[in-house]
Design a protein around this ligand. Structure first.
Ligand SMILES: C[S@@+](CC[C@H](N)C(=O)[O-])C[C@H]1O[C@@H](n2cnc3c(N)ncnc32)[C@H](O)[C@@H]1O
Length: 212
């Protein structure tokens, strides 16, 4: 089967819609990410994140895999929220720091998520996870130590170009391991969490409402 790796549910935004829906600072970071070949969230996921934080109004947000900060920008819905944003890539973290110069409420951490999660003493009520997809199960394992009861956790790209839902024989070899890990993680969520949903936005967004 021939297919191009595109986000399965993404909608196309015209230039006019982009200018209407997103502010200049976001678009600047978004374009910069593209220029540096930094993977960046889909625009419809960006809008979804913005509406989530605007309605939930979390106080302490954690972001795993922040890249140059495009998604961070959407999470920063008020300067009263504190955001810890983590990425293991130093060039990206440095770009993110430049993009957020003057924002005292956002702290960028150059670290591996697994390490950060084992060492932080903070507790979070909203988490956005957008790192390597096959690591999501591992991230969830460490994440449970640092999230509050009732926290919302959003995992991006959960359907991995739709491969999550396909027969094994349809899945290219390079994605097979990732799909297996994601399926295991999905089964864990289904069996242990009461409140979760997998949404057809971008490349599939998983939202978990964590209850102890
Ligand atoms: C899809 S990109 C993030 C894009 C960003 N969320 C945005 O929309 O602008 C994934 C990021 O995860 C980072 N990453 C991958 N594995 C990681 C890990 N174990 N810990 C921390 N960051 C990781 C990569 O360096 C990369 O920048």
């Amino acid at each position: 089967m021939i297919r191009t790796e595109r986000s399965i549910f993404s909608r196309a935004f015209s230039e006019k819609q982009r200018r209407e829906l997103f502010d200049d600072n976001f678009l600047k970071i978004y374009h910069l990410s593209n220029c540096y070949n930094i993977p960046v969230l889909e625009l419809d996921v960006a809008l979804f994140l913005k509406s989530m934080v605007n309605s939930i109004k979390p106080k302490n947000i954690l972001e795993i895999g922040c890249g140059a900060g495009a998604s961070t920008y959407m999470l920063n819905y008020t300067n009263e929220v504190t955001i810890d944003a983590v990425d293991s890539n130093l060039i990206r973290i440095n770009l993110a720091k430049e993009n957020f110069a003057g924002f005292d409420n956002v702290t960028f951490h150059h670290d591996f998520a697994e390490n950060f999660l084992q060492n932080t003493v903070k507790k979070y009520d909203f988490v956005f996870v957008d790192s390597v997809k096959k690591d999501y199960g591992k991230i969830w394992y460490y994440l449970k130590r640092v999230i509050l009861n009732g926290a919302t956790v959003v995992f991006d790209d959960f359907m991995l170009y739709g491969y999550l839902l396909q027969e094994d024989c349809e899945i290219p070899y390079k994605y097979m391991q990732g799909v297996r890990h994601l399926r295991e993680f999905y089964n864990e969520i289904k069996s242990k969490c009461k409140n979760y949903t997998l949404l057809p936005i971008g490349n599939g967004v998983m939202v978990v409402n964590y209850e102890l």
